[in-house]
Design a protein around this ligand. Sequence first.
Ligand SMILES: CC(C)(COP(=O)(O)OP(=O)(O)OC[C@H]1O[C@@H](n2cnc3c(N)ncnc32)[C@H](O)[C@@H]1O)[C@@H](O)C(=O)NCCC(=O)NCCS
Ligand SMILES: Nc1ncnc2c1ncn2[C@@H]1O[C@H](COP(=O)(O)OP(=O)(O)OP(=O)(O)O)[C@@H](O)[C@H]1O
Length: 198
Amino acid sequence: MRLGLTGSIATGKSTVAEMLKQRGCPIIDADVIAREVVMPGTGTLQKIKEHFGDEILQEDGTLNREKLGSIVFENPEERTHLNEIIHPAIRGEMKRQAEAAESQGAEIIVLDIPLLMESKLEYLVDKVLVVYLPEELQKKRLIERNGYSEKEAVQRISSQMSIEEKRQKADEIIDNSGSIEATEKQVKQLIEKWEASS
Ligand SMILES: CC(C)(COP(=O)(O)OP(=O)(O)OC[C@H]1O[C@@H](n2cnc3c(N)ncnc32)[C@H](O)[C@@H]1O)[C@@H](O)C(=O)NCCC(=O)NCCS
Ligand SMILES: Nc1ncnc2c1ncn2[C@@H]1O[C@H](COP(=O)(O)OP(=O)(O)OP(=O)(O)O)[C@@H](O)[C@H]1O
């Protein structure tokens, strides 16, 4: 089964992915792939440079992520443009890795995709699991983790579909507003449920 793991920024996807990994599920991480597909020498990085200009690269030729982030999170049109450049490469690589994990006999394969719903990628997976937090707590954890100002945090949160809407569209929900142990318990119960039904 291909499980789409999603949520919104800082709701706890990586935390839950790590728990699923500990229980033996292979994880395919869209954020990691998003970094790989813009390595120096890739066609994707070339296209980003053509659109955003040479200033978007650092002196060593790698992408200046902070600078690109500050452009695309302030400007929805630029964000759409970046998505059009980078998302096809991410999708292709995710599919390739999922097929490889399946051919090695994995039963539950986790595709960790922050923008699964925004990018309409439900077709890539069999079930969607949303890691949920009320928005106020999401903002608090984001500010604590990244040291963002209130404005930077709100800009990033509002550049995604709201977590309430994602929760309504989910097949399964993990509520990560409690302790790590409480989240761990929900992960365990879900795995047991899937294993019993397979
Ligand atoms: C703009 C970039 C360079 C900023 O890099 P930075 O290192 O600061 O952030 P990072 O990649 O760790 O992303 C952090 C979180 O921001 C959110 N996010 C990233 N890209 C987007 C986007 N295009 N739209 C909305 N939210 C986004 C996601 O929740 C993600 O988990 C980078 O996020 C990027 O290349 N984005 C486009 C690729 C993409 O859509 N990635 C999301 C996974 S599919
Ligand atoms: N149950 C919890 N209690 C307290 N803090 C938590 C809990 N779960 C996660 N966190 C913390 O909240 C922050 C966000 O969690 P995490 O990095 O897993 O989110 P994410 O959804 O993967 O984020 P992103 O979308 O940015 O990749 C981290 O600093 C993490 O340590």
